[in-house]
Design a protein around this ligand. Structure first.
Ligand SMILES: Nc1ncnc2c1ncn2[C@@H]1O[C@H](COP(=O)(O)O)[C@@H](OP(=O)(O)O)[C@H]1O
Ligand SMILES: [Mg+2]
Length: 245
């Protein structure tokens, strides 16, 4: 087989894991918590094997694997969430995702996010720039607002749309269905790395909620807050985030 580019490999992994996950929900032969458990485990097993075969020298950080070795000192690190939105996947909704990002020196490089139940794959090397009129919609967690997202909705007079899964929320902005996704209060690097890689390639503003650059592959892979939004509203969103109370 000819050598795959990093971009093709990221996209093929996001797509292939999505096929496995759609198969796991086939005709609802399984349901409830067991579907999420088997989805996490089988997607992880396939992805880690593919990366071992195709990129034996690269390091990997995955939600579903032990974080062992000296990954944080490696230059090339794949940051993976084999199944983002496990509870939505188990409940049978369409809002769940596969996240695959190659980071180089802490920045997302080749990144892909698939939304397999919708048949969509977004890749950083082919994604369209987000243009067109603003929707005045803000993507928020299925569980509702944080103080920060509430402040943005209030200050910018935006309608909140509840969507499960970090990848599904970020891709709603990339698709042009929402203008922003604001998260605070906790997440890990695998929850937002590939979504940020795709969103920044689509020309969207991506930063921490205090405006700092997002840096990945930290020794502690905790990435508690970030904002993805249309460039046209970035200043106003960051102003609201600077004084949410
Ligand atoms: N406060 C928090 N702490 C840690 N992880 C969080 C979190 N809030 C959301 N997440 C994670 O972010 C992802 C998207 O969550 P949400 O849909 O609520 O926005 C989920 O990932 P997983 O489904 O991969 O576990 C969820 O576990
Ligand atoms: Mg996740």
């Amino acid at each position: 087989m000819p050598a795959l580019s990093d971009a093709d490999l990221a996209a093929h992994i996001a797509e292939g894991a999505g096929e496995i996950l759609n198969g796991i929900r086939h005709r609802r032969l399984l349901d409830g918590r067991i579907v999420g458990d088997v989805g996490d485990a089988l997607a992880q097993a396939w992805i880690s094997t593919v990366l071992r075969v195709h990129r034996p020298h690269d390091a990997v950080l995955s939600e579903e694997a032990d974080d062992v070795g000296d990954r944080s000192t490696a230059r090339r690190v794949w940051i993976i969430d084999p199944l983002d939105g496990t509870s939505e996947f188990s409940m049978g909704t369409d809002n769940w995702a596969v996240h695959v990002a190659l980071t180089v020196d802490g920045a997302p490089d080749a990144s892909a996010v698939s939304l397999p139940a919708r048949g969509e794959v977004f890749r950083s090397d082919t994604v369209d720039e987000v243009t067109g009129p603003l929707t005045h919609r803000l993507a928020v967690s299925r569980y509702g607002h944080s103080y920060h997202s509430a402040a943005v909705a209030d200050r910018l007079n935006m309608e909140s749309v509840r969507i499960g899964s970090a990848g599904a929320k970020a891709m709603a902005v990339v698709r042009g269905d929402a203008d922003a996704y604001v998260h605070s209060g906790g997440q890990y690097e695998w929850d937002n790395c590939a979504p940020v890689g795709v969103a920044s390639a689509a020309g969207l503003h991506c930063s921490r909620i205090d405006g700092r650059e997002i840096v990945y592959n930290n020794p502690q892979p905790y990435m508690p807050d970030f904002v993805i939004c249309r460039g046209e509203i970035a200043d106003r969103v960051l102003d609201a985030l600077a004084s949410p109370w």
